[in-house]
Design a protein around this ligand. Sequence first.
Ligand code: MN
Length: 133
Amino acid sequence: MHVQKKQPSTKGPAQMFTGDVWFDVIAAGEPPSQLRVNVVRFSPGAHTAWHRHANGQTLHVTEGIGLVQSRGGEIVEIRPGDTVYTPPGEWHWHGAAPNNFMTHLAMWESLADGQQGPETEWAEHVIDEYPTA
Ligand code: MN
């Protein structure tokens, strides 16, 4: 075993996020594990761009009020204790509600041996779909 001491948080790049988003890598499993877990903290109104995960993703809200939407679907409000599963290849975005911070765990798997990438594919920013405060 080894203990990973707390590391500095990483600012979410502007290419992939609108607003202030910070994440901490909690788990980046070494092969054969494909485990990936981040804690992601969104300031009010901050959110991801449209994206999809090759192996799907589970989000678990730990704090605040958030929003999530799949392409073509309704915006859904999410709160602490809620868990959101996005299947492989489904376009979606997630983030904070306009007037509240939101923190979630993001859990997914990296590409398996021989699996075609990318692990996460990023597209355009969410502009028209995001609600005004
Ligand atoms: Mn996602």
